[in-house]
Design a binder for this molecule. Structure first.
Ligand SMILES: O=C(O)CCC(=O)C(=O)O
Ligand SMILES: [Fe+2]
Length: 197
């Protein structure tokens, strides 16, 4: 079974999935180098939706850089995520229509408090994906993604090349503070807006 099919199966069974070798070492390295080259363009992450957006370091302390779907430097990643989208639509009938994603850097000590990715009531975010870009992550360095599943909390190590995917409206989660910088790409597959009748 392919990695894509495996993610689809795990999402269908338990609502979340892990793929440790989603990116190989050279793909991971290329994205690390790209993010370093663009570090000046990152901006402090904001919380809330348009209108009520504000920076609040007591909730989240990462810096982000949104990716442009036309950017040739991220086509390998976006194509791979497009394959995942197609597999999920085929196997789970999720109707995923678009993908938005950003790099995120958490400086040492930064965190993102427990939250849900789907903004209540309004949002079409259906599946969250996070791809980690950190060499040789050690558990004692912290920085885990803690997913609050029905079976209890699950900690995901932010090891380079690993992809985690979960249903955006189902699991609260948080990013634990780390003793070193933590780099990732976060993405959200959206359904089409519901038709207004
Ligand atoms: O980086 C992670 O592990 C999760 C990030 C997150 O929860 C978010 O950006 O909404
Ligand atoms: Fe999140």
């Amino acid at each position: 079974m392919s990695g894509f099919d495996n993610v689809a199966d795990r999402l269908a069974d338990s609502g979340w999935a892990l793929w440790p070798g989603f990116l190989d070492a050279s793909e991971t390295e290329a994205l690390i180098a790209l993010s370093h080259g663009r570090r000046e363009a990152f901006q402090h992450a904001a919380i809330g939706r348009a209108g009520g957006r504000a920076r609040n370091e007591a909730i989240r302390g990462d810096d982000v850089l949104w990716l442009d779907s036309d950017d040739p430097d991220v086509q390998t990643l976006l194509d791979r995520l497009g394959d995942l989208q197609a597999t999920l639509n085929r196997g789970l009938y999720l109707g995923l229509a678009t993908l938005e994603c950003h790099f995120a850097v958490y400086p040492a000590g930064a965190f993102y408090k427990r939250h849900l990715d789907q903004h209540r009531g309004q949002d079409t975010r259906a599946v969250t994906v996070v791809i980690y870009l950190n060499h040789d992550w050690l558990p004692e360095q912290g920085g885990q993604l803690r997913l609050y599943t029905e079976a209890g909390p699950v900690d995901v190590q932010p090891q380079g090349g690993t992809l985690v995917a979960f249903l955006s409206d189902r699991f609260e989660h948080e990013v634990m503070p780390a003793t070193r910088e933590r780099l990732s790409v976060s993405g959200w597959f959206r359904r089409r807006e519901a038709a207004v009748l």
